[in-house]
Write a protein that binds this ligand. Sequence first.
Ligand SMILES: NC(=O)c1ccc[n+]([C@@H]2O[C@H](COP(=O)([O-])OP(=O)(O)OC[C@H]3O[C@@H](n4cnc5c(N)ncnc54)[C@H](O)[C@@H]3O)[C@@H](O)[C@H]2O)c1
Length: 308
Amino acid sequence: MTVLVTGCGGFIGHGVAGALHAAGRDVLGYDLADPPEGRPGWPIVHGDLADAHLLHATLRQHAVRRVLHLGAASGPMVMRDNPAGLFALNIGGTLNLLEASRQAGVERFVFLSSNAAYGPDAGEPISEQTPLLASEPYGASKVAGEALLRAYHWRFGLDTVALRVGVGYGPRRRTDSEPRELLHNALVGRPTIYPWGIGYRRLWTYLDDIVSAILAALDAPAAAIRQPLRAYNIAGPEFAPLDALAAIVRDLVPGADIRLGDGWNPADVRRGPVVLEAARGDLGWVPKVGVREGLQRYCAWLRADLGA
Ligand SMILES: NC(=O)c1ccc[n+]([C@@H]2O[C@H](COP(=O)([O-])OP(=O)(O)OC[C@H]3O[C@@H](n4cnc5c(N)ncnc54)[C@H](O)[C@@H]3O)[C@@H](O)[C@H]2O)c1
């Protein structure tokens, strides 16, 4: 049973495709190109999510039965000045893949939504019933993606699941990220200076916890998926402030020069902690990697990567 992973060259897609491949599953990647470090052990179709014909052909030729849709502009900071392009990729690409999946008889479609779908006015704590009031084009594209999933589920019976993921960190992340900047700068002897950061809390989520959530959503029995939302909050076990991460980085890399000011990152919206009970109950998933362990593992990976 072939599992298609879009965005398989990216931070999360590479982790998921690698985990499936290591488990002996039949995995097929779909991305614009090979990952930067070269062709991995699993096959990849090079293609654009805008190419509906190639998506149809790929799903049919490879008898794809399960889809993990991760290919996207992957955060509010990506394509920030090109909202039309972002919507075309994130909404248009999701629509093309849903339609190809419907026609190919796909049995499970997992979509990577984001905590950004809630926006700044969610209150706290945030459960899956909290209204989706995204403020950024990126978050709006995730709200729209979830609406498309719902329409394909209710009208056509496609078995869909959306995962509203927190802030991912870990090996191979390339988009802007405070954990990488803190660790990378410390390892190369550069200072990190933010005029904000003390008390700035985010849903830090280590890569392995995101991968295990996606695999749980991939394999959960159809009857387990909660109606009507078919969406789950996914986040790490700690809602820690950036100053706590900075203290851990100073422990991991003695001499690290990190200077933080007070308060929230002005480029980010304020959001509270999320409730993870639905994912635990339905998918049997709980986050396992706290920020100290996650930063330790990430630091070891970055050290090796920098030495290579
Ligand atoms: N990283 C996070 O913190 C985070 C948090 C919540 C949700 N998500 C979601 O998870 C998914 C994966 O995120 P990521 O961090 O791995 O992203 P990433 O930027 O590392 O990877 C995205 C991948 O999508 C591919 N892609 C982009 N445009 C494409 C196109 N037109 N056609 C085909 N492929 C294309 C890219 O080549 C890349 O390999 C995204 O949907 C993102 O919105 C990520």
